[in-house]
Write a protein that binds this ligand. Structure first.
Ligand SMILES: *Cc1c(COP(=O)(O)O)cnc(C)c1O
Length: 357
């Protein structure tokens, strides 16, 4: 399929790179493509960024049939633009599509579309340390119809947002609130899909945590409220007695690409890893006997987010010395060094964007 390109007449300006924040600024162009049962996915185009006009009955607004992805384009030292494992995001987009009955897309074509759009907006990829261009592919149900069934028509779009350093002043460990009252996802549901419903489900618990003075919620499994699943919108890791432990992907946890990268690096470094169920009681016990060394979240936005405190029932514990552990540091440095092309990439994770494509 051909991608038509319609350029804006006057391009915007990249704002001050020291004050980008996250998700507030969008670039000049977006990618759009439509789906109908008759034509399949068609009319791929890059055009000026603009609002999407919708019938108020558009199904996505009523029934939430939508999926998205999140990845970043990084400015390498030599000015090159680099993507990190983008084929994983594209494969996950299709996996999410299957879960909420959205027609799948050709993965090579979606990757090509991301590259083309990033190439068109190359000037928007910031160059200051730890800044990047966030890429947000999204698919939404477009039938103007009231009634619960999968939509027949869809829109796929990609928007781009230059984002600042997540840790402008160095790592900032977070305080976490464990809840057995609210749940994010249950096996057999939508937990392993990147779909808006999961985020709607997480809002109330997150607000309660914020009011209590905590940054994020630690989600427990929805059946027994016992096993640790995710932290906020990140995957969760523990370092217990030198071993790197994370819950297994069994249906209610989002299969994070950063999670996979941490596990791959740990194995590459011959560190012991364990994907297994871990209960909140075990975490508290490991704290009491001194074997809980570190705890951190993983995700594209922050890469690694160290946890300093954990509140569970009447207890608040300090993880390690409440600072940033050596493992969190090591993974953060290794992953960001690969993302920004500062070191050799032994895993084939980096995909450069050619500017003349
Ligand atoms: C996106 C996401 C993650 C992290 O995935 P990455 O591919 O590492 O960015 C983890 N949990 C949830 C719920 C997510 O939405």
């Amino acid at each position: 399929m051909n991608i038509k390109v319609e350029r804006v007449s006057k391009t915007g300006q990249l704002p001050d790179e020291s004050r980008l924040g996250f998700g507030r600024i969008f670039t000049d162009h977006m990618f759009n493509m439509d789906y109908t049962p008759e034509s399949g996915w068609h009319n791929a185009r890059i055009e000026p960024y603009s609002p999407i006009a919708m019938d108020p009955a558009t199904m996505v607004l009523h029934y939430g049939q939508a999926i998205f992805e999140g990845l970043k384009a990084y400015r390498g030292g030599n000015g090159q633009i680099l993507l990190f494992r983008p084929e994983r995001n594209v494969a996950r987009l299709n996996r999410s599509a299957r879960i909420v009955c959205i027609p799948e897309m050709d993965e090579a074509f979606v990757l090509e579309s991301i590259k083309r759009l990033v190439a068109v907006e190359a000037d928007w990829v910031p160059g200051a340390p730890e800044t990047s261009l966030y890429v947000r592919p999204t698919v939404i149900a477009m039938d103007p119809f009231l009634g619960v069934r999968p939509s027949h028509s869809y829109r796929f779009f990609i928007i781009l947002s230059p984002v600042g350093a997540y840790y402008p002043e160095g790592f900032n460990p977070v305080k976490i609130w464990v809840t057995d009252k609210y749940v994010r996802a249950v096996r057999g549901g939508l937990g392993e899909a990147k779909t808006p419903a999961n985020y709607a489900a997480s809002l109330y618990g997150a607000e309660v945590a914020k009011k209590a003075g905590y940054t994020q919620v630690l989600w427990l499994d929805a059946v027994k409220q016992q096993y640790v699943e995710e932290v906020g919108t990140m995957n969760i890791f523990f370092v217990i007695d030198g071993k790197i432990v994370t819950p297994p992907l069994e249906g209610s946890i989002l299969p994070g690409i950063t999670r996979d990268s941490v596990l791959t690096l740990a194995k590459h470094w011959n560190l012991p890893t364990d994907e297994r169920l871990i209960s909140i009681d075990e975490v508290m016990k490991a704290h009491r006997d001194g074997s809980l060394q570190e705890m951190f979240g993983t995700g594209t936005a922050a890469v690694i987010s160290p946890v300093s405190h954990l509140a569970w029932r009447d207890e608040v514990i300090t993880v390690g010395d409440g600072g940033v552990g050596p493992m969190a540091n090591r993974f953060y440095t290794a992953i960001t060094d690969i993302q920004y092309g500062r070191v050799e990439d032994p895993f084939g994770w980096i995909v450069p964007v050619k500017l003349d494509q």
